[in-house]
Design a protein around this ligand. Structure first.
Ligand code: ZN
Length: 502
């Protein structure tokens, strides 16, 4: 036996965790640099460094010695403290992932993904699905195969879902989406028979310099301490975190769309606050940071929609907005603004969808992914089926694949089974808010007064501080009880019935 005693093994584990955290920190900074301020011509050297660093991270985790370390720690499971026990569990999952896929396949797949990204970009820009199709076929084949490696007992698509949201199944999603469809589709068609909300003023000219000032103000209102949270500008907004005292968000400014950056900032702030409020004890361990895609997205969408698009929040920030955009918003009331940013409009692009129709976009992708993986849908038939489902769910015609099945980068990046976590995240929020209101009855009144701390503290106490200590389902259930989509559908019904006076 390699380890003299348990202490030595635990020490080896903790050292490895810290080393991994350090490499990931550096890789993260390089990525942040690449997407924000690095000059265009600097990619080569950075690519070289990132390639070498990623190789080191791979070797660190895939190192066969870790198998022995894990076996030893697992055989002493009962003697470990709760946190270390969970660290071992998470480590086991990561280690197995690298080892279940034969190395040759793993490398070939990464090469494929790398090529697929640029082919997809080209296909999207030239509206040429056939160019991308052979790559997607291979990606689907690989994913089906990997699903068997991940968990041979599960149906392949369930095994893939499980990679993004532990415990999530098609059975749960089928019921969830059916329930959503039943609520959303009739609501949308009712809304289409009403007088459209005027949102034109959102597309006036809003100088970027002023929008930057507005972002700073929003960060303040949301309680983002600028000593620990930075904001940058990128093509696509995102959040990255290095530890719970160093979180960065990014946004993208459009002169003719005030709400675009505004809601990116609020959305990313939701992700960032989750990371900032993780407990210190999880820093530099496998348990650092948010626990799953679904829970993470629940936090960003909580801030974006339940708070950011609420009348209470808007009425609080509106005087400042009118001060910043005096000319543009002079004749616009807080009520008008609230209506405009909640306007329902079935559209082609998922990332620009309104709160009500958003999940319909996810459902289309879910239906197709499910069939791709079980083999009942061929890649070449995707465009036709995509367009059919957009017509059926959203009532719109898709003019080309660029704005249709080629719009998202997920499939070219090999992420199949990822989309549903967006919808799930949206649906977690209202059930969380319901639980929150049982303890803080006037939480929305507090928001109206600009006091977001009671809400944030509640989220911290029940969710954020635990980082990855609990599994996602466990984390949710211990506070909210069993997940029930009815909270979400009731919330949507209530909000949009009132908004449109249905
Ligand atoms: Zn997000």
């Amino acid at each position: 036996m390699k380890y003299q005693n348990l202490n030595e093994a635990v020490e080896t584990l903790k050292k490895l965790e810290q080393t991994m955290a350090a490499y990931n920190h550096v890789l993260g900074v390089l990525y942040l640099d690449a997407t924000t301020v690095a000059p265009k011509g600097t990619a080569e050297g950075r690519g070289q460094t990132m390639g070498i660093m990623s190789g080191i991270v791979y070797d660190l985790i895939a190192n066969p010695d870790n198998g022995e370390l894990l076996t030893y720690l697992e055989s002493h499971k009962e003697e470990l403290d709760a946190q270390t026990k969970r660290e071992v569990e998470v480590f086991r999952k990561q280690y197995d992932q690298y080892h279940k896929i034969p190395q040759g396949e793993y490398i070939a797949y990464n090469v494929l993904i790398n090529d697929a990204q640029s082919v997809w970009e080209k296909a999207k820009n030239t509206n040429d699905f056939e160019l991308f199709a052979p790559y997607l076929e291979k990606i689907v084949d690989y994913n089906r195969k990997f699903a068997g490696y991940y968990n041979e007992k599960l149906a392949p698509y369930d095994a893939l879902l499980n990679e993004y949201e532990e415990g999530l199944t098609m059975k749960t999603l089928d019921a969830f989406f059916a329930q959503l469809r039943e609520t959303i589709v009739p609501l949308v068609s009712k809304i289409q028979n009403t007088k459209p909300i005027n949102a034109e003023f959102l597309n006036k000219n809003y100088p970027i310099e002023k929008q930057r000032e507005f972002s700073d103000y929003l960060m303040d209102v949301l309680g983002m301490d600028r000593n620990y949270a930075g904001i940058g500008e990128t093509e696509h907004p995102y959040t990255t975190n290095f530890n719970n005292k160093d979180v960065r968000i990014t946004t993208h400014y459009y002169e003719n769309a005030l709400d675009s950056s505004m809601y990116s900032v609020i959305h990313e702030a939701g992700h960032a606050i989750y990371e900032l409020d993780c407990d210190d004890c999880y820093n530099y361990t496998f348990l650092a940071g948010g626990v799953s895609m679904g829970i993470h997205e629940s936090q960003s969408r909580f801030y974006e929609n339940l708070i950011g698009r609420s009348y209470e929040f808007i009425s609080y920030i509106y005087p400042k907005m009118q001060e910043l955009f005096m000319e543009q918003l002079a004749d616009v009331s807080a009520e008008d603004f609230y209506k405009a940013v909640n306007k329902v409009q079935p559209s082609l692009i998922r990332t620009e969808a309104d709160e009500l129709t958003y999940c319909l976009h996810i459902m289309v992708r879910y239906e197709l992914e499910k069939k791709l993986i079980d083999g009942s849908l061929k890649v070449k038939d995707i465009p036709r089926q995509w367009n059919r489902l957009y017509k059926e769910y959203l009532g719109i015609d898709v003019p080309d694949d660029t704005r249709g099945c080629l719009q998202d980068s997920h499939w070219s990046g090999g992420s199949i089974g990822y989309f549903p976590s967006y919808a799930l995240g949206s649906a977690y929020g209202p059930q969380m808010l319901d639980a929150m209101k049982k303890e803080i009855r006037d939480v929305m009144v507090q928001v109206k007064n600009g006091n977001l701390m009671p809400m944030r503290n509640w989220l911290k106490e029940h969710f954020h501080k635990y980082a990855c200590f609990f599994k996602p389902r466990q984390l949710f259930n211990r506070t909210c009880g069993k997940f029930d989509a009815k909270y979400y559908t009731d919330y949507l019904k209530d909000k949009f019935t009132k908004l449109y006076d249905l």
